[in-house]
Design a protein around this ligand. Sequence first.
Ligand SMILES: Cc1cc2nc3c(=O)[nH]c(=O)nc-3n(C[C@H](O)[C@H](O)[C@H](O)COP(=O)(O)O)c2cc1C
Length: 437
Amino acid sequence: MSDSTGPDGKGHAAASRDSDLRPSAVLLSTIGEIGEQITTICDKLGRAEAGVKTYAGALDKVGKDLSDPRITARRLKDKVGQMLSATARVAEQNSALQGELRSSNAEIGRLRQRIERLHSETITDPITKIFKRKWFDHSLDFAIETADERSRPLCLLMIDIDRFKRFNDQHGRRLGDRVLRLVAKALSDCTTGQDIVARHGGDQFVAILPNTEIEDAEKLARDVIADGLGLAHVFVGADFRFGKGRAGTAVDLKTFGKSMGFGVTIAEIIANDLGEVSSTNIRKSLSDGRPADAAAMLGHWHRIDGEVFGGDQRGRQLGYPTANMSINRLHPPKFGIYAVKVDVLTGPNTGTYDGAASVGIRPMFGENRPNLETFLIDFDGDLYGEHLSIALIEYLRPEAKFDSLEALVAQMDDDCARAREILATIGAFPFAPPPLG
Ligand SMILES: Cc1cc2nc3c(=O)[nH]c(=O)nc-3n(C[C@H](O)[C@H](O)[C@H](O)COP(=O)(O)O)c2cc1C
């Protein structure tokens, strides 16, 4: 781990020097503390040994004195008294030593727990809670050696999530992490205590299966797919590709599915006069500002759904109050002004309305986070917090920066008039909004 730089731009290496929390530093300081405890114990034992030697010397001397036949009764009494007090002193020292050793032992136990915790954090992937690659590498060496020595079978199972980066980019890290956890859980649930399950790379998982024949490893792979991931059937387009270098075809998947216990349906590619119906072409239509073409391929209007959040309240002052919605993590349609159909799905104003909407950054008011701002024609009501579904019908123009607010408002008047006309021509709204999940 390298020294990081704080938000103020100053490195915090100096600040953390006194209390360095890097695992390696904590480990070293913990080992140092254990060393100190051991030195203390040795010191104490050394002192105890010196005490015992003195005691033994005193006993020896008293023994010699007692063996003198001329010893008087009084002297005998003195000697026995000395012996008893020396014994009491040693007993006292021993009991103090015992107490100190007990507390040192407890301290070492605490330090040992800290090392165990640190070790487990160092070898465990924080997202999936399975082992990290480092521990996998180490375990694999050990597993190979053991399998060789004992002539036992050893299998390795690898799972790779195809195009995971794209999934992450499209749906966000939070959902991506959930997928990783799902795969890790599926693998862990289907393996046993002797197996080592690890995250090998960003989107790769491995399981070391000691004492496992290839047939049993194949069965385990089937269990992971069917029971762990709950996969029963897959629908793919005829142009589907998977695996390394995207070498696997839809037909290969069907064969693979047969051996792994899941069904595969290959959907034929449909084409219209715009070309093949594919998510790529649909996205391109939207990026180009051709929502009708996207709708022709989708079989319904492309919709942006979501909750209305409070904006800067400028629209109300302009005479154009808008329902503001996020387009975060959605495929962004071409920025600009659209004629839209609006479905208000919740609240007292539930219904379908005509509208004009702006998708983009609102250059009139600086560079803003892109969003969707919809004006509902002939509507008067509060929509904050309600769930709306906005169908993009036709692209009217790009967003613009006008010389004055009056010029913007005049343009918005014009946009709404055009939207009215366009929306009148599409007749009855042909596609019902999807039900709320
Ligand atoms: C029909 C329509 C046309 C719009 N055209 C533009 C535009 O050309 N340039 C721009 O910066 N903002 C445009 N906007 C966005 C408005 O500036 C924005 O909705 C308004 O300022 C309200 O913002 P607020 O809800 O954050 O208060 C348009 C909005 C609508 C509904």
